[in-house]
Write a protein that binds this ligand. Structure first.
Ligand code: SF4
Ligand code: SF4
Length: 304
């Protein structure tokens, strides 16, 4: 393989059980055109590398400040990071003895990713897994995405894209021959609230969904439910309607909110307004009851 196309990746998770069927290797691409208020990967939104600072780990040794005094300002009790002065070179992260600093985002060539994937092929074969490309929004790095899927299919690896659906018809057509399954987000039913909570209209997203469905593509609809945002009767009704209207979906999954994104947003200095705690069993049972009343199937209710 002599392909030199590169992608900006912020994580590669091997042996993942949550990003599609079987045991999977998930490649997380950086960059997303949405800005969901509950984003569980806020470090994925910006397209370029960025510095993350995990304040709870810092022992205030001062090594980073020696390298970059304009960014790292330490006193006896505090360590303030002036992110606006950071050039994202990653040098300070290399000297931190306790991993309180990390450069999020690294350039990979297709071959480097394929080398990792090839090692995992035995797991894929035994557990029915494969490659999942997630993000961020994978379509924001379309050329790399398409190429990676092509190479994976050439190795007979099952492929899956986890997407917000906010992309163009041309890009969907481009990846269709190399994609076995789409994990497609269904975030908010109301177009106004969708725009308010995610930064974009859901019109294009729904058009793309309908197009994919009409192509006979395997799709699992994924519905993140966030207390105080989209746990409304209107949206639950919308989810049940989707289930009825699209009976050939490979599945519909409810994804209850968890609050990990809050900490990650603080590390990369992004605002995060959701204050709800991770959804517990009481909350989930309440949602199940509402969904059942609105006609959700047993399979949908058992998905969370
Ligand atoms: S990533 Fe580079 S520019 Fe940013 S604080 Fe660290 S050393 Fe300085
Ligand atoms: S090098 Fe790490 S532990 Fe030391 S002050 Fe900087 S962030 Fe804190």
């Amino acid at each position: 393989m002599n392909d030199l196309k590169t992608g900006m990746i912020f994580d590669i998770e091997r042996c993942s059980m949550y990003d599609g069927p079987g045991i999977r290797t998930t490649v997380f691409l950086k960059g997303c055109p949405l800005s969901c208020k509950w984003c569980h990967n806020p470090e994925s939104q910006r397209p370029l590398p960025e510095l993350a600072f995990y304040s709870e780990k810092c022992v205030r040794c001062g090594k980073c400040a020696k390298i970059c005094p304009d960014v790292h300002k330490l006193s006896a009790r505090t360590h303030k990071v002036h992110y606006q002065n950071c050039k994202s070179c990653g040098r300070c992260a290399k000297v931190c003895p306790v991993h309180a600093l990390k450069l999020i985002g690294k350039t990979y060539q297709i071959k480097e990713v394929m080398d990792i994937l090839k090692k995992d092929i035995p797991y894929f074969r035994t557990a029915g897994g494969g490659l999942t490309v997630s993000g961020g929004e994978p379509f924001s790095q379309y050329i790399f995405l398409k190429e990676l899927l092509q190479y994976a299919k050439a190795e007979d690896i099952h492929t899956c894209i986890e997407t917000s659906g906010f992309t163009t018809r041309e890009k969907i057509d481009g990846v269709l021959p190399y994609t076995d399954l789409f994990l497609f987000d269904y975030k908010v039913t109301s177009p106004e609230l969708h725009r308010q909570f995610t930064g974009v209209d859901n019109h294009i997203i729904l058009e793309n969904f309908r197009y994919l469905y009409s192509c006979g593509q395997a799709i699992i609809l994924r519905c993140p439910i966030i207390p105080g945002y989209n746990d409304t009767e209107d949206h639950f009704r919308g989810i049940c309607d989707m289930e009825k209207q699209y009976p050939d979906l490979a599945g519909i999954e409810i994804m209850p909110y968890h609050s990990l994104g809050k900490e990650k947003a603080a590390a990369v200095n992004k605002p995060y307004e959701v204050t709800a705690p991770t959804a517990d069993d009481t909350v989930k049972n309440m949602w199940k009851k509402q969904l059942r009343t609105l006609g959700a199937s047993d399979a949908l209710l058992e998905s969370f």
